[in-house]
Design a binder for this molecule. Sequence first.
Ligand SMILES: Nc1ncnc2c1ncn2[C@@H]1O[C@H](COP(=O)(O)OP(=O)(O)O)[C@@H](O)[C@H]1O
Ligand SMILES: [Mg+2]
Length: 368
Amino acid sequence: MTEPRRDVTGGRGPADSLEANELLEVRDLQVVYRRRRGLLGRGKDELRAVDGVTLSVREGEAVGLVGESGSGKSTVAQAVTRLVPVDSGSITLRGRPLSAASGKELRDLRRELQMVFQDPYSSLDPSMTIRSALREPLHVLGLKRSVDVERVLHTALDAVGLPTSSLDKFPHEFSGGQRQRIAIARALVPEPTMLILDEAVSALDVSTQAQVLSLLQDLRRERGLAYLFIGHDLAVVRRMSDRIAVMYLGRIVEEGPAERVVSHPAHPYTAALLAAVPDGRKDREHDRRKLIHRGANPDPWNRPVGCSFATRCPFAMDICFEQDPQTTGIRQGGTVDCHLQTSGATLAGEVLGDLVADHEHGGAEYAS
Ligand SMILES: Nc1ncnc2c1ncn2[C@@H]1O[C@H](COP(=O)(O)OP(=O)(O)O)[C@@H](O)[C@H]1O
Ligand SMILES: [Mg+2]
């Protein structure tokens, strides 16, 4: 067996990681939050919000990052966009390290990588017209002189299906879905190659969500954009992604082609996320409950020894509470970190396959 890697590019390794279509590459990223403990402020506590995450995105590729609240998804996004400091690991865009960039190089990299957040209420200043909001990235990136500003703004609004008359209005004059379109338009203004979408549709009602998702799909097709699409709902993330990485308590526990992850989940946590997606079948309620967690969520400041998911895992074995699982390749694509793959492959194959929704499958086979 070849050494398995966390590689959301489809199995290409470090040797050829500078291939022409390589865009974003995150290697062994660690982001630690610290707090003081004790009456005298002595002793420090650490929370490894991101604990050794490796993932990459090729040009034009959409990679989904899914996990429950608190798993570290936003911290990954913030590290990539330099909103939080990185403790260790590397982040490169087209092979250029983001951490070392400054001045013009940093502005160039920033131009390529734009972010859209969950909450259009807080990301759009209520006292600013839409024109001012959309011009902002041109100011920040120093592009004002080099482009026909009005034309760029019209093009961006047109791309998200809003009329140019929107420019002189204020955020409160728009619905939640329209505001999110404006946030997307603003991200498009510098003509990026990649968008990081952090829970970008999570605040919207289901039908508005569907419209914004199909807008994002159109934009990607028309402009060849790459996405890092972050969300907690696996059904939504699946719809947007070519590949999916599943995050739990600061680590990626499974990744692979979106179709494989959804139809043959290899990690019990992925299976639980899938089971949480409603499929309208009452007869599966019992199975679903079996997959969803008997134990408590571990305290992220006190990460348990062994697999972090063990306390909630219906298949946990002794070894799961004693040792970290190794990353193992999966024959149908991707990797998983789970002891079941080595000590209980049959159990994983049969039980996960049987319980998870009504996709036709029989659980993942483990490459060995
Ligand atoms: N500024 C911060 N200071 C301390 N802890 C933080 C901070 N931001 C996030 N966290 C913690 O880091 C962990 C990961 O958070 P986050 O990246 O926001 O996860 P997600 O986006 O998956 O919900 C959580 O336990 C959260 O409470
Ligand atoms: Mg988040």
